[in-house]
Design a protein around this ligand. Structure first.
Ligand code: NAD
Length: 284
């Protein structure tokens, strides 16, 4: 079985960005600048934000953390996003999700200017993805596509299943895999009798947010299973699929942690780089 580690994929993407940044110096362009909005003090979100800031540091990007109170009003959050949209020194904006329950994530994501939408979550970015015109795409699904390419796993003409239809993972992944010529089925919480159908698929992408809900033998022998889920339990981090028996049953599997996670951050960096490149070209 191939263990699909995310770090080599991420390192490859960081190398590409670093080499492309070389020519920026001779053009006199300022390095990319990412602003991360963090509302409240959710411990997992704080860790994710730190990882994103470290990745910026590693590449020499500028990063700004916009830390806002848990009980911020809709009006104040709207104002803050508008301010960041109009700040010409900022190339990319990422709002760390989830937001506190009184704030509608879709509504506030949509306030981010489309030219600065580093996680490609606005309706405008999602529309470009559906029509195949995207320059960037949502970081987690885009990272998964990079992982498939890196490990030379070809989904074209394959029967592929995506489980989960969130705007951040499942739905964009459905479109990206379709663009790779896979025949894609999208399942979700209302899908009837899903477990009895799992063995039909050569590739399965799981993003349901339920710890160890599936086991490797639920899937076809020698299937490729990409586990997006991540859960902090008492005994450590686990995915949506338990890892016990994966080596014997599957042909490729993502470890949790260390699988999809590192590629997500690398794609955030590449998205920010791409947005900054577009801004610099527009300004010259
Ligand atoms: P979500 O809760 O927004 O969506 C879950 C989706 O799964 C929904 O579409 C729902 O219909 C579906 N679902 C729920 N139970 C199901 C079931 N029993 N059978 C079939 N479908 C079911 O979650 P999300 O934001 O898409 O995240 C999913 C998981 O991925 C979470 O564990 C999250 O922490 C993780 N995640 C990881 C990364 C990363 O970088 N590694 C990034 C984003 C999300």
């Amino acid at each position: 079985m191939i263990e699909l580690k995310g770090k080599p994929v991420a390192d490859f993407i960081y190398q590409q960005i670093t080499s492309e940044l070389q020519s920026w110096k001779s053009s006199g362009w300022s390095l990319p600048h990412l602003a991360v909005i963090l509302v409240g003090a959710d411990p997992a979100s704080q860790v994710y934000v730190q990882h994103k800031q470290k990745a910026c540091e590693k590449l020499g990007f500028k990063s700004s953390l916009v830390q806002l109170a848990e009980n911020i009003t809709e009006k104040d959050l709207t104002e803050k996003i508008k301010q960041l949209n109009s700040d010409s020194s900022i190339d990319g904006i990422l709002m760390q999700l989830p937001l506190p329950t009184h704030l509608d994530a879709k509504k506030f994501s949509d306030l981010i200017a489309k030219e600065k939408d580093a996680d490609a979550l606005t309706s405008s970015s999602l529309g470009l993805l559906v029509t195949g015109q995207q320059i960037i795409a949502s970081c987690t699904p885009f990272g998964i596509i990079e992982m498939l390419d890196f490990y030379k796993l070809n989904v074209a003409k394959k029967n592929v299943l995506v489980i989960g239809r969130s705007l951040i993972v499942g739905l964009p992944l459905f479109h990206l895999l379709t663009q790779k010529n896979a025949t894609v089925t999208l399942a979700h919480s209302q899908t009837v009798d899903l477990k009895s159908r799992l063995k039909e698929f050569d590739f399965v992408f799981v993003a349901i947010g339920k710890p160890e809900y599936f086991k490797p033998t639920d899937f076809k022998k020698d299937a490729v299973v990409i586990d997006v889920g991540i859960h902090r339990l008492e005994n450590g981090l686990v995915g949506d699929v338990s890892s016990a028996g994966a080596a014997e049953h599957l042909s490729a599997f993502t470890p949790v942690p260390g699988g999809v996670g590192p590629t997500t951050i690398a794609l955030l960096m590449r998205n920010t780089f791409k947005l900054a490149e577009k801004n610099r070209k527009f300004a010259t």
